[in-house]
Design a protein around this ligand. Structure first.
Ligand SMILES: *Cc1c(COP(=O)(O)O)cnc(C)c1O
Length: 384
């Protein structure tokens, strides 16, 4: 019997997206600027600033990767510089370090959130300073929506005067101490790629504390054109602005963001219930009440000794046979062939999480029938 594929995370439209796109067509704003771009920026800004200690400004861009690239350019990171980056993350967190000619220095995760370990972070900073190259920035990631140890990480960053670029690509709608992820770093990055909690099909944003940083991002993202009637350039520019069509999708999606967060959190609860009486499988959840995850993806860790031989890979393969998509956690960057020469500081936490961890289908649009299929497939693996 053919069964429909259950995806890890698939786009989930709210309904009003097409209205904003129709407006764009009606007014012929088929360009990387227009009322939807401005409106989308305002929507994100309002959302972020509703729970924040400081006001942020938002520049809508063509991708989260572009936003990370511009963040490093704006911070003045150059060839020969070093940038610290959480090792366990998606490659897009680290690649922009190479775009600007700098060297990534990778840091391990801690067990509670699987994000950058503040202890290893400080060890890395001290050692790089001793070696004569103080890192220019720290890229910290709220992986799978789980906030990193905000207080500890920013304390270390502050102590050494190093700016934090907050990679919030996976964590729109997550909070720490009641404050929105995306509002903690000097600069922060959002992604609206097709698999994220809300999507513009492709897109991203740079979030800045300083209005001048936002203006610089827009300037650089639109080919760095100086104020002149002809095309005049005194900086290298990029074509990184978000299209007015995609921004229209984003405006519709912002209307349903809270619902999407609730639905993903319900998926996490579904897995907590499902695995409650299965020994050896741990569902990742918030370490304490300061953390509120959007649970973009629900993550399980499989302890093969406790499950008596049922491994992460066995589970993944069995689910795949049922046409249910699961994926191992991000392979740490220090284990990637392309970054094999980069310095790394850690004790193996990320490596173990990669070995044992599995991302489960977490979409906000999974039906009750989808959930039953997942439940039955898991129970079959454990003879329940
Ligand atoms: C998706 C993602 C990005 C990149 O965003 P794009 O919009 O796909 O370029 C960066 N960092 C993390 C952690 C991501 O998950």
């Amino acid at each position: 019997m053919h069964k429909n594929k259950i995806w890890l995370s698939s786009p989930h439209m709210g309904g009003n997206e097409q209205k904003y796109i129709r407006d764009a067509f009606k007014e012929n704003w088929i360009a990387p600027l227009g009322p939807n771009v401005t409106g989308f920026e305002e929507d994100i800004k309002r959302f972020l600033n509703s729970k924040a200690n400081e006001e942020s400004e938002v520049a809508a861009l063509s991708s989260g990767t572009a936003a990370l690239h511009l963040a490093l350019v704006i911070l003045g990171v150059k060839s020969g510089d070093e940038v610290i980056c959480q090792s366990m993350t998606f490659a897009a967190s680290a690649n922009p370090i190479k775009y600007v000619g700098a060297t990534p220095v990778f840091v391990d995760s801690e067990e509670d959130t699987l994000n950058i370990c503040p202890v290893q972070l400080e060890i890395a900073i001290k050692d790089r300073i001793e070696k004569g190259n103080k890192p220019k920035a720290i890229i910290a990631v709220h992986l799978y929506g789980m906030p990193y140890k905000v207080e500890e990480v920013h304390q270390v960053a502050k102590k050494y005067g190093i700016p934090v670029v907050e990679d919030s690509a996976e964590s729109l709608g997550s909070t720490y101490n009641g404050l929105n992820c995306g509002t903690f770093g000097e600069l922060a990055v959002l992604s609206f790629n097709g698999n994220k909690i809300i999507t513009t099909s492709g897109g991203g944003a740079l979030v800045a504390k300083d209005l001048r940083h936002k203006e610089k991002a827009v300037f650089l993202a639109t080919q760095a054109r100086d104020a002149a009637p002809h095309y005049q350039h005194s900086h290298i520019g990029y074509n990184y602005r978000l299209s007015n069509i995609c921004a229209g999708i984003g405006r519709g999606q912002m209307e349903v963001l809270d619902d999407r967060v609730s639905a993903r959190r319900e998926m996490n609860q579904f897995y907590l219930n499902l695995f409650a009486d299965i020994t050896g499988v741990n569902v990742q959840t918030e370490p304490d009440e300061r953390y509120f995850s959007n649970h973009w993806l629900s993550v399980i860790q499989v302890d093969e000794k406790e499950t008596e031989g049922i491994s992460r890979e066995y589970l993944r393969e069995e689910l795949e046979k049922e046409n249910i998509e699961c994926r191992p956690l991000w392979k740490p960057m220090h284990m990637q062939p392309v970054f094999k020469d980069a310095p790394y500081y850690g004790t193996g936490v990320a490596e173990r999480a990669f070995e044992n961890g599995l991302c489960m289908p977490s979409g906000s649009n999974l039906s009750e029938e989808d959930k039953r299929r997942i439940e039955n497939a898991i129970k079959a693996c454990f003879n329940k």
